[in-house]
Design a protein around this ligand. Structure first.
Ligand code: PLP
Length: 376
């Protein structure tokens, strides 16, 4: 049987190993493990890559969200609108600062926030007694949210807009990379994300100078003029020098990897669109394909996935249970008292192996296997 990996980090490491080894050795030689020169270097490289005026490295994608909420002064009594069909961190950070995540439905064909559902949620929240604070649009599976529709909805209210681009750093929307939509964009460098570190890492992007200053203070315990001057409550939220050094090397091949991911996605669409619902990439969007997620409505998913497993094809389900159905989140408000699209797609989505180093013959085998599993 073939040895097919869901994500192949080893193939990438092989490609850049001498450069990563040298970068690690440089950090060991200078010894500035915390806030060493590589952190600022990586931040400048990210800024140039995505076009945001400020790129601030931080500890992980969850802290990136939390730091933005702290910077915006989000507190108990605030409502923050976000999708339910996402990774828990999106809503978790809202709840952690004591605010109320308000769940919004998604579009069936993109898995991203449905602007009509957001509009409805805002109208509902106005009579809830909560203060309307902001919106977290998630760029799920590597694909940008519909910012052209979301931005005017948010602009009409006294609210901020933030993008959770944990899965989608490098993606673009009508010619602009994510990082400059809304007031803040967060991302994650968890190893399995499109741009992954060898450990945890994250970043925040903003064009707002004042916000950037507050965020830089928050990542070191709310520091003011120096380390022992505390002007606000913050956290230990820095990006490690070692991870920055590794990410500098990975960023140099990222553009090429995004192109390779898109070739893989095109081949899946060609090979599967007549037997499954394949993802739609709206006009003007370029995805980084953190996941290649398809749907087989009306089929028993566990049978299909078991058949694929028998053929040595790894799969994953993102996400089997939307957040509003989870024990930890089910008390929070849900738009329209139900999210039919989130519930429906959670029943039938599954994700196929996706990485830039997927060989054509392995992919042909995966496509054949999916076709066979769906026919059986
Ligand atoms: C991975 C992820 C996060 C959290 O990132 P970590 O670096 O793992 O903390 C947040 N939001 C979404 C949508 C994610 O996929």
């Amino acid at each position: 049987m073939r040895n097919i990996r869901f994500i192949d980090l080893a193939a990438q490491q092989e490609r850049i190993k001498p450069r990563v080894d040298a970068a690690i050795q440089r950090v060991l030689a200078h010894g500035a493990y915390v806030m060493g020169p590589e952190v600022a270097q990586f931040e400048a490289a990210m800024s140039a890559f995505c076009g945001a005026r400020h790129a601030i490295g931080c500890s992980n994608g969850t802290d990136a969200l939390k730091l933005c909420l702290l910077a915006k002064g989000v507190k108990p009594g605030d409502a923050v609108f976000c999708p339910s069909f996402t990774f828990a961190a999106t809503a978790e950070t809202v709840a952690l600062v004591g605010a109320t995540p308000w769940f919004v439905d998604i579009h069936e064909d993109t898995f991203n926030m449905d602007p009509a559902s957001l509009k409805r949620a805002i109208a509902e929240a106005k009579t809830s007694g909560l203060r309307l604070a902001g919106v977290i649009a998630v760029d799920l599976f590597g694909q940008p949210a519909d910012y052209r529709a979301i931005e005017p909805i948010v602009a009409g209210e006294d609210m901020w807009l933030m993008g959770d681009a944990a899965q989608s750093f490098g993606a673009s929307y009508h010619g602009r990379r994510l990082g400059t939509f809304g007031q803040m964009t967060t991302t994650s460098f968890f190893p399995a994300k499109p741009l992954g570190a060898y450990g945890d890492g994250g970043a925040i992007f903003t064009d707002d100078d004042d916000l950037a200053k507050i965020l830089r203070s928050l990542i070191v315990h709310g520091q003011g003029a120096d380390k022992y001057d505390n002007v606000r409550i913050g956290i230990t939220g820095r990006l490690d020098t070692l991870q920055a050094a590794i990410l500098i090397e990975k960023l140099t091949i990222f553009e090429d990897e995004i192109a390779a991911r898109n070739r893989v996605a095109d081949a899946y669409a060609q090979g599967l669109s007549d037997v499954a619902v394949v993802p739609i990439v709206p006009e003007g969007c370029v995805s980084t394909w953190a996941q290649y997620t398809i749907r087989a409505p009306g089929r028993d998913r566990s049978t299909v996935l078991a058949a694929l497993k028998d053929r040595g094809v790894p799969t994953a389900v993102y996400y089997p249970k939307p957040l509003h159905r989870q024990i930890a989140y089910k008390a929070f408000p849900v738009t329209g008292n139900g999210l039919p699209v989130s519930d429906r797609v959670a029943q039938d989505v599954f994700s196929l192996p996706m990485h830039p180093y997927l060989e054509a013959d392995d992919q042909a085998y995966i496509i054949d296997s999916v076709r066979a599993a769906l026919a059986g």
